[in-house]
Ligand binder design. Structure first.
Ligand code: NAP
Length: 243
């Protein structure tokens, strides 16, 4: 059976590295993005160079209608989804909880949490013969990100709970749901948080004394997604250099 995967938010960073890794392994890949069309098409070209199918689809995965349309487009161009990587996420500028507005909190929660629920719902409908998900959470769910972005950390706490609950809910349908919790990975996300050099600042507090590469996270995602992990569900893999 052809493996068809959606990697949400795969124009850049961890999602792009994961889409490329899965394309190299022969998956047909949907590269999803919300604004970076050129970067998404670059990822598609790389995957096609391995001889695998790939398409780029623009969709805001926090928007229910756009998620429904995204999955219909995947059905029509690649066939029914067999694998899902819930990865798209945002980080807003560092701020104390005492200063956060409802608008900010809701934007983080809808982008980082509602989107994972919506994509999971549409994927489950299509996984009649089983399937495999990986949710991208964060070390922040354990650490809480005080004085930086507790809203973001809390959104990732919700993803940990979604992973546990959903893995149990769909296990009898032979759908596996696992989670990775990266931390301190070199991507553009830290600039969005207002501190492009954040990893350099915290490097000495990381037991391995360095930040991680998106490819190091992609390797763990690819394993959890694959049949090699066929007896693994509801599991968390921490990729935070020992932190
Ligand atoms: P990134 O480099 O900022 O890339 C974010 C990706 O998400 C982009 O492809 C972006 O698309 C997409 N995206 C954002 N909002 C979207 C939306 N509403 N709908 C669809 N796509 C959307 O981020 P990253 O560092 O790779 O992070 C990826 C995941 O890893 C996130 O869930 C993040 O929380 C998690 N994570 C990252 C780190 C880290 O240190 N970097 C650590 C722990 C966890 P456009 O390019 O079109 O904007």
């Amino acid at each position: 059976m052809q493996r068809v995967v959606l990697v949400t938010g795969s124009s850049r960073g961890i999602g792009a590295a994961t889409a490329i890794q899965l394309g190299k392994q022969g998956y047909s890949v949907c590269v999803n993005y919300v604004s970076s069309a050129i970067a998404a098409n670059r990822v598609v070209t790389i995957i096609q160079s391995f001889g695998s199918k790939a398409i780029a689809i623009k969709a805001d995965v926090s928007n229910e209608n756009e998620v429904v349309q995204l999955f219909k487009k995947i059905d029509n161009s690649l066939g029914p989804l067999t694998h899902l990587v819930n990865n798209a996420g945002i980080l807003l500028p560092q701020m104390l909880v005492s200063e956060m507005t409802a608008e900010r909190i809701n934007k983080v929660l809808t982008t980082n949490v509602t989107s994972y629920f919506l994509c999971s719902r549409e994927a489950i409908k299509r996984m009649k013969k089983g399937g495999s998900f990986v949710n991208v959470s964060s070390a922040a769910s354990r650490l809480g990100s005080p004085s930086e972005y507790v809203d973001y950390a809390a959104s990732k706490g919700a993803i940990d709970t979604l992973t546990t609950g959903l893995s149990l809910e769909v296990a009898s349908q032979n759908i596996r749901v696992n989670c990775v919790r990266p931390g301190f990975i070199y991507t553009g996300m830290h600039a969005d948080g207002g501190e492009p050099d954040r990893i350099e600042r915290v490097e000495t507090s990381i037991p391995l004394q360095r930040g991680g590469k998106p490819e190091e996270v992609a390797a763990a995602i690819a394993w959890l997604l694959s049949d090699e992990a066929s007896y693994v569900t509801g599991t968390f893999v921490d990729l935070a250099g020992g932190k």
